[in-house]
Design a binder for this molecule. Sequence first.
Ligand SMILES: *[C@@H]1O[C@H](CO)[C@@H](O)[C@H](O)[C@H]1NC(C)=O
Ligand SMILES: *[C@@H]1O[C@H](CO)[C@@H](O)[C@H](O)[C@H]1NC(C)=O
Length: 339
Amino acid sequence: MADGSSKPNVLICGGVNTYSRALAAFLVPLEGEPLVSHLRIVDKYSVVPATTYLGAEFPKVLAKPQVDYKQANLTVPSIVHSIFDPPEGKGPYDYVFDLTGEVRHDRTEMILINTTCNVARMLGQEAAERKVKAYVRFTLPFYETTSKGTHDEKDDPKPDGTIGIWWHETLRMLAAIEDLNLVILRVGFVYGPYVEFGDITSAITVGSVYGYLKKPMKSVWSPGKNPTNTLHVEDLAGAAWASAQWIARLGRKEADILAGESIIFRNDKSKVSQVEGMPPHDKKLIAPLFNLVDDSNSTLLSVGQTVTSFFGTTFDFFNLGERTMYKISTSIMLADGHK
Ligand SMILES: *[C@@H]1O[C@H](CO)[C@@H](O)[C@H](O)[C@H]1NC(C)=O
Ligand SMILES: *[C@@H]1O[C@H](CO)[C@@H](O)[C@H](O)[C@H]1NC(C)=O
């Protein structure tokens, strides 16, 4: 039964450079019934002409009658407010998927605060005020993971560098918004059609070059047992949808009881007074959180082996002497052929 009016209106913020395109294609597939009544995607990129990689499929999704794309600067509060106003004749947004955040490692702390924390905090506050039924925030694997122990939702991994610290702080800021129907998805290393962002895509690209050169692809990180949990982008989309439906039914309080995890302070205490909207270091913050990875238990080694197997070569590690040389020199990982 295709009753358009009973389907939710959905807003996707950010992530056109990462996973929003796949999520949009899941919600409004090229063939078959859309899951949503109306979908708006908002990001800083222009799509006509494209100012980022779009792939072959996304422009066709954008052409669907249910879909509306807005190029907007989400660091501006009045713009954040306005994107929640639906087009004429449409009801308010029911679900928001928040894929915003700066993904480049070379950005300063100030840029990360402005474009990762502040954007998400403003979106979260606006969504709470408008009583959005589900707000699904994605957090990317900007964490250090060791080979020891299981990595379940109770795990409190250390944020990796400046980018990790501020992506993690963003979760605390969102968790602090009491009435926000928040679900946090802590995703693994995502791959799949038209995904040109991330470590798996880089590995595939580099692996193809080594395959072409008929040389083994070598890593400087031995022995490669560190978890590199993977996730197909279509599974990410399916899980995002399921999470939204889940919390829309329950509400935040009930969802906290069932799946709430403590979002532990991982920052410098002196920042609390300097950064707007940053909850005190000792404030106990709980939010529903799910790890989202496939069940392959991928490691650096298994990813390297899988990728190279497709290009007719093998995956290997530099020996200790070579790794020492690597540390001394400033060569880039995997960039130089092994002599
Ligand atoms: C977005 O808005 C901020 C704040 O006004 C401004 O500093 C920034 O340059 C804008 N970004 C773009 C891409 O226009
Ligand atoms: C970050 O935002 C603050 C406050 O709006 C502004 O003063 C500052 O220039 C911004 N910095 C960067 C690097 O965007």
